[in-house]
Ligand binder design. Structure first.
Ligand code: PPS
Ligand code: ADP
Length: 276
């Protein structure tokens, strides 16, 4: 039997006998969410309860939708206003029982960034944690298809992915961004977009020799033959991190993609990102 709970105008089924979703396990909470059915009655904005549980419904007559605060100018956008919503990051994190953050994976082409991203995604998914991968190669198929590999375009590539990753983190999701991101300055700029600790820089510390020997796409061969100009590590720079949170490939961090993923999971667990 299921008892119903009202949440943001949705009536959400929760297991009988459990009054507050804070005490639900991830699985039963997910079931509750999956069984959510739309109920437009009583749809009202919310305030946060004092005990930090799910937001409470605010007893006012509807939401005016008015934006608070002064008009601002940001870049080329003039007369804009930030709009707040009563459902906040903390609420989404509680729903997901995790903390939103960005795992930024950097390294040479062929260093294993995409492989690690997938292995990490799988490990976290198995633990009931929601992740999303922003892979350089993939994002260049859409959002960043207008960008080349010259330094200023790489910078814009990183900037956009950093901003998108920030939105995913705000959604409460563990966002894995895997890009060469060769310039320290560009990576550091992404770090500053997030609250302290929420940007976890992971360096694939794999030598050019190893990456070149792997060469799964044959790109190093083309670069050596002069058929690709400005290829990272060959005739374009790569600046390794000076102060990253995790450096993989070093002793104790494992050598297989699974072991490397376990190292990252252990870090996230230790830092409290795998619970709300
Ligand atoms: N000139 C040059 N230099 C480096 N890489 C190149 C280049 N041209 C194409 N590719 C392919 O593009 C992938 C890297 O894209 P990114 O968006 O991660 O690069 S960057 O962060 O903007 O530097 C990279 O993918 P990975 O091998 O997965 O790193 C390559 O497949
Ligand atoms: N930890 C690892 N040990 C050995 N080979 C790996 C490892 N991680 C990835 N590889 C292999 O290296 C190649 C490049 O991996 P990939 O994840 O595509 O790198 P990147 O995304 O950095 O270009 C692939 O052939 C992959 O199977």
């Amino acid at each position: 039997m299921l008892g119903a709970k009202s949440f943001l105008g949705l009536s959400i089924a929760s297991p009988k006998g459990i009054s507050d979703s804070n005490s639900l396990s991830t699985n039963s909470r997910s079931v509750g969410v999956l069984r959510a059915c739309v109920s437009m009655e009583g749809s009202q904005p919310m305030t946060h309860s004092k005990n930090g549980s799910l937001p409470e419904l605010k007893s006012v007559n509807g939401h005016t939708g008015q934006k608070q605060g002064p008009l601002s100018t940001v870049g080329n956008s003039t007369n804009i206003k930030w709009h707040e919503c009563p459902v906040e990051k903390v609420d989404r994190q509680r729903l997901l029982d995790q903390k939103g953050c960005v795992i930024w994976v950097t390294g040479l082409s062929g260093s294993g960034k995409s492989t690690l991203a997938c292995a990490l995604n799988q490990k976290l998914f198995q633990k009931g944690k929601l992740c999303y991968i922003l892979d350089g190669d993939n994002v260049r198929h859409g959002l960043n298809r207008d960008l080349s590999f010259k330094a200023e375009d790489r910078a814009e590539n990183i900037r956009r992915v950093g901003e998108v990753a920030k939105l995913f983190a705000d959604a409460g999701i563990i966002c894995i961004a895997s890009l060469i991101s060769p310039y320290r300055r560009d990576r550091d700029a992404c770090r500053t977009l997030l609250p302290e600790g929420d940007f976890v820089e992971v360096f694939m510390n794999v030598s050019l020799e190893v990456c070149e020997a792997r060469d799964p796409k044959g790109l190093y061969k083309l670069a050596r033959a002069g058929k690709i100009k400005g290829f990272t590590g060959i005739d374009d720079p790569y600046e390794p991190p000076l102060n990253c949170e995790i450096s993989l490939g070093e002793e104790g961090t494992g050598t297989s993609p699974i072991e490397m993923a376990e190292t990252v999971v252990a870090y996230l667990e230790h830092k409290g990102y795998l619970k709300a």
